[in-house]
Design a protein around this ligand. Structure first.
Ligand SMILES: [Zn+2]
Length: 248
């Protein structure tokens, strides 16, 4: 089914596709709102240049937790650039096996970023929390003025989920997450008005193909099934939530 209204992709790495220009062209044609998160402050200038004439596509300033141990010196640049945008991401913590060894430097970087956000009046934050949901929530609680946190592809347990909901987190979910049993169970426990859609492309894949913002109709369709709501109603709900997220 073709979805007529605007679509939202709140977590996508547009600069990391082999041909970002063609993705941007299609997003413009299709009126898709995209938050293009970055993984290092050094990527900020290039990404914003790519998105120069796209009012619906915004770049977020980020320092990915999986790169924190190699890029912590870029915190200085992060701070310098922090007044150029309302959007921050991808940031967070990664406690999975591969990255747990660097959790201390990740925490130092994440804390510093939240402090910078708080001192600039708060930002919209796209947050990675794989294997470290409680640690992420500890930091968010410690920095209540850092802004509006959106937990992207949340994969914590139900206790962590409850805690995240209690502190008012938002959640962005995509086709890859929604297709998994755990992902769809988590999504069904989140208040519908706190959910937004994401692709997490090009990292997230379906049928071995990188997802893109153009796959957002799939996320809307799966949510419609999960919620037992018509597709149009889901689309309206998502747009409303998006407006609420952006409102003060
Ligand atoms: Zn990502």
């Amino acid at each position: 089914m073709r979805i007529v209204g605007p679509l939202i992709d709140l977590h996508c790495h547009i600069d990391l596709y082999p041909e970002p220009e063609s993705i941007i062209y299609e997003c413009k044609k299709r009126n898709i709102y995209v938050l293009s998160v970055t993984t290092t402050p050094k990527a900020w200038r290039g990404t914003t240049a790519l998105l120069n004439d796209c009012p619906r596509i915004k770049a977020a300033l980020g320092l990915h937790p999986q790169l924190a141990h190699q890029r912590s010196q870029e915190l200085i640049l992060f701070e310098e650039l922090s007044n150029e945008t309302m959007y921050v991401g991808e940031i967070g913590l990664d406690g999975s096996k591969e990255f747990r060894a660097h959790i201390d430097v990740q925490k130092r970087v994440f804390k510093k970023i939240l402090q910078i956000c708080a001192s600039s009046g708060g930002r919209i934050l796209s947050i990675h929390s794989r294997g470290a949901a409680n640690d992420v929530l500890d930091e968010l609680e410690a920095h209540p003025n850092s802004g509006k946190p959106i937990l992207h592809w949340f994969s914590g347990n139900y206790q962590e989920l409850k805690r995240a909901m209690d502190i008012g987190c938002w959640f962005s979910v995509g086709p890859a997450m929604l297709r998994s049993k755990k992902g769809s169970e988590i999504t069904s426990r989140i208040p519908r008005d706190k959910i937004l859609t994401e692709s997490d492309g090009p990292f997230a894949k379906m049928n071995k193909k990188s997802l893109t913002p153009l796959d957002m109709p799939k996320a809307v369709e799966i949510l419609a099934q999960l919620w037992g709501e018509p597709i149009e109603a889901v689309n309206d709900r998502l747009l409303n939530s998006f407006r609420n997220l952006l409102a003060d």
